[in-house]
Design a protein around this ligand. Sequence first.
Ligand code: HEC
Ligand code: HEC
Ligand code: HEC
Ligand code: HEC
Ligand code: HEC
Length: 404
Amino acid sequence: MRISKTRAVLLVIAVSAVAFLGWRMVRPMNIFVITDSFALPISTEKMPENIHSLSAEGCASCHQEFFDEWKTSIHAQAWTDPYFQVDYEFDGSQQNCLNCHIPLDKQQENLVLGFRDTDRWDPILEPNPDFDFDLQQEGVTCTVCHLREGKITGVLGTDGAPHPVETLSDPNQICARCHVVSGDKWDTFFKFPPCGTVAEIQASQNNSANKSHSGEIVRQDTKGLGCVECHMPRVERALVEDGKVRTVRRHLWRGGHDPSMVKGGLDIKLAELSAKGDARRFQLSITNTGAAHYLPTGTPDRHLVATIRLLGADGRVIDEEQFTMKRTIMWRPFIIDLWDTRLQRGVPRLYEYAADAGDLAGAVTLQASVEYFLVAEKRRVRIGYDDADATHYEVFSQRIELKP
Ligand code: HEC
Ligand code: HEC
Ligand code: HEC
Ligand code: HEC
Ligand code: HEC
């Protein structure tokens, strides 16, 4: 058998394309780009004068109230958080996770001497003689945000501290270190980077936002993002016992783990619309009124599920419809943002439900509820995280009685 030259060339191209796509389906996945800001741990080599401990307990000896608040926050659990621990192990305990969840060099069991690859996924490690187990348990502790080059950073410009202070012009720049993760590579097609919080705010503020070659919306500057205004509420109090009363910010950082924070960001209404023929119609309207970014934001695992049900006299479900507000990404063979049904600020989402005469005959109640999920049930089961109750909760529930 003879094949023409063109055919042979086409065959080679086709075989290579199939081989390439096949390899993309099984190759190890790198979801994000490791930027300079979190490639390496934070150096604690230079200690501020009069600060003898990197631990939050040390700061607490003067700043007790800040400590008490931080202790209740998810930042204090960024390492011990059981969901993080299970996910971290499932993902192969990669070094780069540590540079946001426990970023101080002394919090890490190994020193990073360099990298074997240019993408910085393959670090050269050596056991860390200064590893501090107790400090590791503190996760995103005070010094993670406040220690830079032997000084304590702040925005107030105080001059009475026993430790040196470096004044920052913008508190949000502290958040950007970990809450911005770029994903801009030749083979990714994101609208927002993997952790899109900052880009989502910018997209809402300015729709012609700076776009990179893949179409991804990238970070410009951090002023005006409002992170601390919403996540660190203002309060009047002194920094230290008997100190001067100032306008300061509470160290709470509530988000997806806090039902009241999520509820506070949402305005949800259930109403009956005028009937159409034999069918009665209902509308669930959900608006993100409280978050400048999308709701939910952060990792694409977060999502909301709205359910509308018709219930019979015995509580039996006669009919049910579900609506999901989620960012859906295709991971292989290329990373592509497929669709995004999360809530943009101020744009009401309307879900309609029609009950026909047949269903209505046995129904006594229409019930609508909205649930927040930290992670999809499927993923939770796959990574082996057993605590199902800890990963979702209800943020809204209302009933309409159908028979007078
Ligand atoms: C021995 C007491 C003491 C200790 C320990 C201490 N501080 Fe302070 N700190 C102060 C005082 C006093 C001020 C100034 C208060 C004022 O002027 O109202 C201050 C100011 C600050 C400020 C405000 C800076 C600014 O101008 O915005 C920050 C932030 C801060 N401390 C963080 C820390 C952290 C983090 C630690 C632990 C690593 C720590 N402090 C340990 C006493 C202390
Ligand atoms: C050193 C990295 C780092 C910095 C800096 C940082 N965060 Fe975080 N933040 C994290 C990590 C890691 C988590 C998730 C912890 C977990 O759930 O295990 C988190 C979680 C959160 C959450 C979610 C809480 C929840 O209930 O899920 C909010 C809100 C938040 N951070 C706000 C902020 C703000 C505002 C700033 C700036 C003042 C900031 N963070 C600075 C690493 C950081
Ligand atoms: C996730 C980052 C982060 C962590 C962790 C953190 N802080 Fe702060 N802290 C900030 C930011 C941002 C500000 C500036 C707030 C503002 O705009 O006034 C601040 C301000 C302060 C101030 C000055 C008062 C004020 O509100 O400006 C003190 C004192 C302080 N922090 C102490 C602490 C102590 C003590 C801890 C640990 C128990 C801690 N911080 C942990 C981010 C952090
Ligand atoms: C106008 C208020 C507002 C501003 C500004 C804002 N947030 Fe939020 N944020 C919220 C509310 C409300 C929620 C809870 C609902 C949700 O999860 O979206 C939230 C949730 C979060 C979460 C939780 C997501 C999770 O995975 O649990 C993170 C992280 C977060 N914000 C980070 C930020 C950062 C970083 C900034 C600044 C770049 C910021 N936010 C600016 C109101 C705000
Ligand atoms: C650039 C900083 C950064 C890196 C690197 C990072 N994380 Fe996170 N992680 C965060 C922040 C910020 C959050 C908080 C919430 C959000 O964005 O939804 C978070 C939240 C999480 C959560 C959710 C925890 C909860 O209780 O809901 C898990 C799980 C997690 N990270 C696992 C990992 C793993 C595994 C790696 C390494 C493969 C990793 N992270 C690398 C910053 C980072």
